[in-house]
Design a protein around this ligand. Sequence first.
Ligand code: BES
Ligand code: MN
Ligand code: ZN
Length: 498
Amino acid sequence: MEFIIKSGNPEKQRTGCLVVGITEPRRLTPAAAEIDQAADRHISRILRKGDISGKPGQSLLLHNVPGTLADRVLLIGCGKERDLDDRQYRTIIGNAMNQLGQTGSIEAVSYLTELNVKGRDYYWKVRQAVEVAAAQAYEFREFKSKPAKDRKHLRRFTQMVASRRDLPLGMQAVADGKAIANGIRLTRDLANRPANICTPSYLAAQAQHLAKTHPAIKVTVLEEDALKKLKMHSLLSVAQGSAQPPRLITLEYRRGERNGRPVALVGKGITFDTGGISLKPAANMDEMKYDMCGAASVLGVFAAAAEMKLPINLVGVIPATENMPGSKATRPGDIYTSMSGQTIEVLNTDAEGRLILCDALTYSERYNPEVVIDIATLTGACVIALGKYASGLLANHNPLAKDLLSAGETSGDRAWQLPLWEEYQKALDSPFADMANVGGRDAGTITAACFLSRFAKKLHWAHLDIAGTAWISGDKKGATGRPVALLTQYLLDRCRKD
Ligand code: BES
Ligand code: MN
Ligand code: ZN
């Protein structure tokens, strides 16, 4: 889809469809009022007849509105103007996109940018609309043998700003929105591919491909021998049950200050999680192809950051492996020494995410990062606690946690913080090793983060548990691309700060 920014009067736009808002109760937004005037009160009369009152979710398509140059005018219910918040604005845009998809217009000119959203400027409104439109247009048809029944798709979406002075900000918003949407699409595509295609070496090849398209990204892939030399026996303990060899993928992007400390992103890359010997039940196990969504989000963030040419230093570390119950697989009770030297009793082989992340966290120390953020579909408990709306956030450094929460609010890709108190640590006590890899039923998301925190003592570290947010289940099953929007917003915010 092509995104354009313009300024000008609605009645003068030659377009397939004009999109304007109606607020409650039966109020014309400025663009709707202008059209109304040009159309000799045509819109007011329709409102008076009660065909649309402005309630959220409503819409009304008008043809041949007199006094305009547009084929159609699409009225969109926007609710009460006072109530217009971030979420409502996104819903309005989503609704408009849906309706446009059904009109057969291949291009549209939208004045929804003039809606007053509390505390948000043109940049935010335009960028959000780009992201919503791109997300809604996403389809994953790589494994369908026949093309979709061809509906006419919206090809060009023009967003109007009030004056020429606002054009540069609008264009910046489009550029950033497109970069973020592209990152999100990459993440969704990688995640949606099945585990027989998307293996650890496939992920590594995809990272290398990304480095080819963006010369500012450098990728290194470590294979099994190198992991043994590094003494990553915790990571290797997960990989040993699988016929697929593991990989440690590292990415570096340096456009920030020379020798400036980087932000490090560590992404869980379990390309399929059977549970290992602690085998998972059969129901919905297919969804465990999504256990590499953390890894996919790291690649998505790199793609977005590179496209935006962000002036930052960024490092990515992706431990990638399958978790399979092969004859060489870890048995419950087996003990391994992690790269950090700490020993781990593996009481449950299904708690494998933390076993690969702990070595990746230790490895990240060599980049001397200012902050480290790991992203992982880590615990079913997080789905129970927060559902699909918020990612879980735990951190050993509160300023970092606050920045991430705030980036979540701005981007609409939100997180919610859980405590990482000392009291929870004792759940990991083991009679035989330095720690066990599981902490019992209580507070599963927190005890998983407690485990990771033992490998992040030297770091300013935050952990995002995306088990509930990275994909949706049911008949619309598919990856969401979260938390790429949150993380890119965090990086954008950092650029503005320094
Ligand atoms: N990848 C899963 C977590 C998961 C489960 C994410 C379901 C989304 C939906 C993770 O490796 C896992 O199996 N965690 C266990 C930990 C337990 C054994 C302590 C879990 O959550 O059950
Ligand atoms: Mn597991
Ligand atoms: Zn897992």
